[in-house]
Design a protein around this ligand. Structure first.
Ligand SMILES: *Cc1c(COP(=O)(O)O)cnc(C)c1O
Length: 437
């Protein structure tokens, strides 16, 4: 299988090329040229099927360059934590995607990307330097994903004083091949430094530089697995044979794009609800047929505060820009901050389950879908983060102590290391130059 840019102005590439380049030379996002269907038997609830086996089957058509046995071992190294489906009530199930080291679903994609890159570098005896500008969650998932991965050194650039203490702790306490760089200024300054280094031919003589942001296919494709695995557990553990509705709390729409790929590949899903916060541009697009990008609005579910989601281009490409067709598969709901708090409260009182604000947006959207549908099918909500990551919001809704998971307790006690720079390019270049590979 080959991959093509949504802008259609660059030639097609292999998975390896798309993975190492990130974005196409024409500035577009890479998408699969075709989506192949898989055998429906894969989703039969046999006791042998696991997150790993389903992932191997769903991903192998995309990564033909990696033999299946190797793919299996990449997956086993990347996904060393469980992804359980839990029942919230008669109709709603939560797919808990947050049991990785940084307690959010981004671990799944970031860890796969890291192992896949390492696989290709190892075979060519190459080394790679990865730079990531982050406003919070992406940086910690990428840092943990690449920690101790051979052939790769990583620089995480974050804006000083503008990320949560917990996020900073998660990024700055690893050491080894991970260097945290604290930049005076904003996220945009960090991004500018990364771009400047990418365009610096002088630097590129010494080392191969790339970036690992959220639009990389290596992070997107592995997420297809959630939906095959969620369905499998629904059938196996809860004896639900109906095609479920799937609700995805969405910001940049990568997770929802992966869900749509899963349906196109044959995972029996009735349809999707994109659950968004006040950043409702995609909802308006589905209703009006015209997308209007906006500045992002700050909300309690801040990892979904995206005004101009980059993966919308991928969804449009999948549905050949036919908004009617998109609308048949995907609906959208916008949930306010007030409703988010209400949902955290309600779910805690009714089910004794503590939702994080992002998953709460999803559950609130699921309840809305239940109201408008007759004969509601079972609903799977992607639970995207652990509540302990967003204690301040959870505490606004309910008066409980959320126990800290082991991963966080450990991070809190480790000493921090970061290199502080004022934000001039020359300073950043010196940091890169002086670091060993
Ligand atoms: C990134 C993130 C999202 C949004 O996912 P997209 O793929 O960008 O739509 C939702 N919830 C949490 C907790 C996240 O970190």
């Amino acid at each position: 299988m080959r991959f093509i840019s949504v802008n259609k102005q660059s030639s097609t590439v292999t998975f390896r090329e798309a993975l190492l380049a990130g974005i196409a030379p024409d500035g577009g996002l890479y998408v699969p040229e075709t989506i192949s269907t898989v055998d429906a038997k894969l989703f039969e609830p046999t006791p042998q099927s696991t997150f790993h086996s389903i992932g191997t089957e769903l991903l192998s058509p995309f990564v033909e360059e990696i033999p299946k046995e190797e793919l299996k071992s990449i997956i086993a190294k990347a996904w060393d934590f469980p992804i359980p489906l839990v029942k919230l009530d008669e109709r709603i199930y939560l797919l808990e995607l947050f049991h990785g080291p940084t307690l959010a679903f981004k671990d799944v994609g970031a860890r796969f990307m890291a192992q896949a890159m390492s696989y290709f570098l190892e075979r060519r005896r190459q080394d790679l330097t990865i730079m990531v500008a982050t406003s919070g969650d992406t940086g910690s998932a990428v840092a943990h994903g690449f920690f101790n991965v051979p052939h790769i050194s990583v620089f995480i650039l974050y804006p000083s004083g503008k990320i949560s203490p917990l996020q900073e702790q998660q990024m700055t306490t690893l050491g080894g091949n991970i260097t945290a760089v604290e930049v005076e200024g904003t996220f945009d300054n960090c991004q500018r430094l990364v771009k400047q280094a990418l365009n610096d031919t002088d630097l590129q003589r010494d080392r191969t530089l790339t970036t690992a942001n959220s639009i990389n296919l290596g992070r997107l494709l592995p997420q297809i697995t959630y939906y095959g695995w969620g369905l499998n557990q629904l059938r196996k553990n809860f004896k639900q044979d109906e095609q479920p509705l799937v609700v995805v709390p969405s910001g940049n729409f990568g997770n929802l794009t992966a869900a749509a790929y899963a349906k196109w590949m044959g995972v029996p899903i009735r349809g999707f609800v994109a659950a968004t916060n006040a950043n409702d541009g995609v909802l308006n697009y589905l209703h009006s047929g015209t997308f209007v990008p906006r500045a992002s609005i700050q909300t309690y579910s801040n990892a979904m505060d995206v005004g101009n989601p980059s993966n919308l281009a991928r969804l449009q490409s999948l549905y050949a820009n036919d908004v009617q067709h998109l609308r048949r598969d995907i609906d959208a709901v916008s949930v306010s901050d007030e409703e988010t708090l209400q949902e955290i409260r309600r779910t805690y009182e009714k089910a004794n389950y503590i939702l994080d604000p992002h998953t709460a947006v999803g559950v609130a959207a699921a309840r809305r879908a239940q109201e408008w549908m007759t004969n509601t099918p079972p609903i799977i909500v992607a639970a995207t983060a652990h509540p302990a990551k967003f204690l301040d919001v959870v505490k606004k809704a309910i008066d409980v102590e959320v126990p800290l998971p082991a991963a966080l307790r450990e991070a809190i006690n480790r000493p921090r290391h970061s290199i502080k720079i004022r934000g001039e390019y020359s300073e950043w270049k010196r940091v890169l130059r002086e670091s060993k590979m």
